[in-house]
Design a protein around this ligand. Structure first.
Ligand code: NAP
Length: 311
């Protein structure tokens, strides 16, 4: 693999930026990796573990001379960071982001992008429930999708270069309209996270979460909910604040289906339940056939140390 960008600036040094730094090094994709984070503590840890070639104090300093700038902060913080870096961006540079929501991030960041700088929004569909500069690892994006959501006037060459970069990080890359992205992610990630948060919250209300029996006998059901519900509170608050419309749309449909299943249970309508569960089982088979999960018993838990979630 050869160098794709001479200098990559990572703004925010958490799970995603850290994994990008490791993956870039593995693939030899960047001449130099410069990083910065909001807090001195995160910058200190990143410097100690050698996460980037250079750690600097401000985002403005980080982007100077960079030909790729990636915003790796929570969705709600993208606009403020874009405003801060805008006057310091190099001509011809590409600005991208990794936010889990695309339309809102585009409207926050887009207005700050100066003429002669490209903006190619992106979202890697890969993550874990861990955060911070120590959480990243090179394999996070391997065989996972990265969705690019360029606008109609985005320079195709800038998009193609970013595609090559993410492929170099091990990912499969596809392009998608930003609004469509937000609806798809509301179904596949955002609403499921909300349901997990709710389920764990309900169990907590019943004061049974701390009861060791709940965890001990939870197998993969409730235990998986607790793992998802351990995801970063700031990021997930921002996801729901910035993908409001699509999440409310999917939640509305979810509630209707839940009521239908509730009625079937009350009426003893086994036919309805069986037909529903048969349909959902086929969806699971499709995910495995597409290579996006394992059909190993217990999700291959014994062998797989890091289990993915996708913001
Ligand atoms: P993370 O590990 O929590 O790291 C977030 C970074 O952003 C930290 O360096 C933090 O700085 C910085 N930050 C937080 N609030 C900020 C603010 N208001 N202004 C400036 N910087 C701020 O997060 P992550 O999981 O890497 O997520 C980063 C982005 O990736 C988010 O946009 C998220 O939507 C997206 N994403 C996440 C996942 C996932 O599963 N985690 C998956 C795909 C995409 P300090 O450390 O100094 O506080």
């Amino acid at each position: 693999m050869s160098v794709i960008y001479q200098r990559v600036a990572l703004i925010g040094l958490g799970l995603i930026a850290g994994s990008m730094a490791h993956a870039m090094r593995r693939g030899g994709l960047a001449g130099e990796i410069v990083g910065t984070a909001r807090s001195a503590e995160t910058r200190k840890i990143a410097a100690e573990i050698g996460l980037c070639d250079r750690i600097v104090d401000t985002a403005a300093e980080a982007v100077m001379g960079a030909d790729l700038v990636v915003l790796c902060v929570p969705p709600g913080a993208m606009g403020a960071v874009a405003a801060e870096i805008a006057p310091h961006l190099a001509q011809g540079a590409c600005v991208s982001d990794v936010g889990s929501v695309k339309r809102d991030v585009i409207s926050q960041v887009g207005p700050h992008i100066p003429a002669g700088v490209h903006f190619v929004p992106a979202h890697p569909l890969a993550g874990t429930e861990h955060s911070g500069p120590r959480a990243g690892f090179a394999e996070l994006f391997d065989n996972r999708y990265v969705l690019l959501t360029p606008e109609a006037d985005t320079d195709p060459a800038a998009t193609a270069k970013l595609r090559a970069f993410w492929e170099g990080c091990g990912a499969r890359v596809e392009e998608m309209d930003a609004d469509h992205h937000d609806l798809v992610l509301a179904v596949t990630s955002h609403t499921p996270h909300l349901i997990a948060y709710t389920m764990v919250g309900v169990a907590d209300d019943l004061r049974r979460v701390t009861d060791s029996e709940v965890i001990k006998y939870s197998a993969a059901g409730f235990r998986d909910f607790t793992r998802i519900a351990a995801s970063d509170p700031t990021m997930w608050r921002d996801v729901f604040l910035t993908n409001k419309e699509a999440t409310l749309e999917i939640l509305g449909r979810f509630t209707e289906e839940l009521f239908a299943l509730q009625r079937a249970i009350r009426r003893g309508d086994g036919e309805h339940l069986h037909a529903y569960f048969t349909r959902t089982r086929a969806i699971r088979r499709g995910i495995i056939e597409a290579g996006q999960d394992t059909d190993a018993p217990d999700f291959g838990r014994v062998k797989v140390k890091r289990e993915p979630t996708a913001g």
